[in-house]
Design a protein around this ligand. Structure first.
Ligand code: F6R
Length: 606
């Protein structure tokens, strides 16, 4: 949420900042701005709207000539998207870009107003710019250290001080920020895709560390001013993975990357035919001590957790609860010493998921992360982390990250079942081989692209849609419905098919299309009855079924099928047509598929 970039080196900073912001725009796109050091002054240009508006403004004002600057792309929290509320926020002496929320900004404003400062924006960030100005004593590190004592909330800050034209200063707490190390140039960035075209080497800042970034050196200090030696990491993502690669949108590219992402996530974790996590640094007997599992996550990641609950309970007979992180953290959850809390997160930075993790840790409960972004806060703070290997996910709507989160849930379920001896070694091997087969069959699912484009034509003018299913298909209905609504802005609801007649069926009319997921052989008779109930009320039905299953298709208008895998593994395949359906509906409606309105990737505020 909000993207930060900073550049100090030998090239034109404005060019580098704009290029970096275009790779960070998925973190927010309400407005954008840059500040560049030019001839001893800080020149700031900012604009409401997409990055193109900023680029046009820079073009018309004349490009700032300087090699040191900071930039920002905003997802508005405090104050509407407008030129004035855009970052950077500045005074004569200092300019800052900020990601996070300053919780005590009203107190700061009051205190600073009493000292003669005036405020012109509705943002929380302006209070920090003015606080730094007020505290400034000629020493930026001391100034930032003093500011840390006065600010409550979350922040990643990139800062320019007019008196130090060859340096960018950076601090972070509970919001992501890294320092990327180039040749005779250095960067600050919210994440690596912003700078991958220049370097793969980076260092991570711990809470409240202060970075002093110059053209040919980077120093880091604690908030007490003590120098810190930092480890240099190398990103394993290359730039092509963060580009569209010939696809029109990131979302379509990422949907098509799923067979590769599943293979990369599953295959290194299979040893002698059974999943193990030893390469993830997790001891072979680690999971045997847990008698209950809590899965905590948000949005799509939470839907992967629901699949996890179903399959872990079925295979390993361990009770699993799934919680929305935003609810878990505030409901004083009951946790026992033999619980394992699993936090699933693509970005590894989602504020609520991170807070839920910290809550579990504060009670001494064992924690495990399932995370895509290497070095992210959740991956660093959990006791153990299983990385998913989706590669960078740029489209705001999650697709490939969801599939690999599910894959890890399957690996865990089979591993747990084996060590808890609810399945034999032979059964565990058969289950693992079914998982591998399902993952390979995803390639075949991509051929449904055209068919889903056809189906999407039925939905572009719909006001409301229902997704229904039972068991694992219900979990998939939730994900299919979220995907469609978030990128096409059509209202959708997901319902457990057996629950419809307890109230919601009154909403079904001939104007309410229904997507019925019917891939579970064990539940098909019940599911067909539910489909008939909606069909009888006029709702047009598109059924997603499984090849070879005896299905009465007279109750639906259209059918598509997935290959005949066991019931347990259908979600790996079902998700692809659902993603394609959402994609084409959004495209046909003329929406911005990769950057849906009001949303941003990586939700680093509550
Ligand atoms: C929906 C989507 C979101 C995220 C959610 C959690 O397509 O992407 O619902 O799944 O914001 O994000 P992470 O996984 O980064 O914690």
């Amino acid at each position: 949420m909000c993207g930060i970039i900073g550049y100090i080196g030998y090239q034109n900073a404005a060019d580098i900042l704009l290029a970096g912001l275009s790779n960070l725009e998925y973190r927010g796109y309400d407005s954008a701005g840059i500040s560049v050091m030019t001839n001893g002054c800080i020149q700031t240009i900012k604009s409401k709207g997409r990055l193109k508006c900023l680029a046009d403004k820079i073009e018309s004002y004349g490009k700032p000539q300087g090699a040191c600057g900071i930039g920002h792309t905003r997802w508005a929290t405090h104050g509407e998207p407008s030129d004035i509320n855009s970052h950077p926020h500045y005074t004569d002496n200092v300019s800052i870009v900020h990601n996070g929320i300053i919780e005590n900004y009203l107190e700061l404003r009051k205190e600073l107003s009493e000292k003669g400062y005036t405020f012109t924006t509705q943002t929380d960030t302006e209070s920090v710019a003015k606080l730094l100005d007020c505290l400034y004593n000629g020493d930026p590190v001391q100034t930032l250290a003093s500011a840390i004592q006065k600010i409550d909330g979350s922040y990643a800050l990139g800062v320019l001080f007019k008196d130090h034209p060859d340096t960018i200063y950076a601090i972070r707490k509970d919001s992501p920020l890294l320092i990327a190390l180039g040749e005779n140039e250095n960067f600050i960035a919210s994440d690596m895709p912003a700078v991958l075209q220049y370097t793969k080497r980076y260092i991570l800042l711990e809470q409240n560390e202060i970075a002093v970034v110059k053209q040919s050196s980077v120093s880091v200090f604690t908030s007490e001013g003590v120098p810190v030696i930092k480890e240099v990491h190398t990103a394993n993502w290359d730039i092509s993975k963060a580009q569209k690669d010939g696809f029109d949108t990131f979302m379509l590219k990422e949907i098509f990357e799923q067979p590769r992402a599943l293979h990369d996530t599953i295959s290194p974790r299979i040893k002698t035919g059974i999943p193990t996590f030893e390469n993830d640094g997790i001891p072979a007997d680690y999971f045997s001590k847990f008698n209950r599992i809590k899965i905590v996550a948000c949005g799509t990641a939470m839907h992967a957790g629901m699949i996890g609950k179903n399959i872990i309970e079925q295979l390993a007979r361990i009770p699993v609860e799934v919680d929305l992180a935003s609810e878990f953290r505030y409901r004083n959850p009951i946790l026992y010493p033999d619980d394992l809390v699993i936090v699933i997160s693509q970005s590894g930075e989602t504020a609520d998921s991170l807070a839920a993790l910290r809550l579990a840790k504060s009670q001494g409960i064992a924690t495990l992360g399932v995370v895509n972004v290497t070095g992210s806060s959740i991956s660093r703070e959990t006791d153990h982390c299983i990385y998913t290997y989706a590669g960078p996910e740029i489209a705001v709507a999650s697709t490939k990250a969801y599939s690999v989160q599910m894959a890890v849930m399957y690996l865990l379920a089979i591993h747990l079942a084996f060590i808890k001896q609810t399945v034999t070694a032979v059964q565990a091997k058969n289950l693992t081989s079914s998982l591998v087969t399902a993952a390979q069959l995803t390639r075949q699912m991509l051929t449904l692209d055209e068919a889903m484009e056809e189906r999407a034509k039925d939905y572009v003018n719909a006001h409301s849609l229902f997704f229904i299913g039972r068991g694992l298909d219900y979990c998939m209905s939730l994900e299919g419905s979220l995907k469609l609504k978030e990128i096409s802005y059509i209202h959708c609801e997901a319902y457990a098919a057996g629950e419809l007649k307890h109230g919601t069926i009154s909403l079904i009319t001939e104007l309410t299309p229904v997507v019925a997921l019917a891939t579970q052989e064990a539940l098909i008779a019940k599911m067909i009855s539910n489909i008939k109930e909606v069909h009888a009320r006029g709702g047009s039905v598109f059924m997603l079924a499984k090849d070879g299953m005896p299905v009465d298709t007279s109750c639906c208008d259209h059918v598509a099928t997935i290959p005949p895998v066991e019931d347990l593994f259908t979600p790996i395949l079902t998700v692809i047509p659902l993603q394609l359906l959402a994609y084409h509906t959004s495209l046909l409606k003329g929406c911005d598929v990769d950057k849906p309105r009001n949303l941003a990737k990586s939700v680093t505020v509550e």
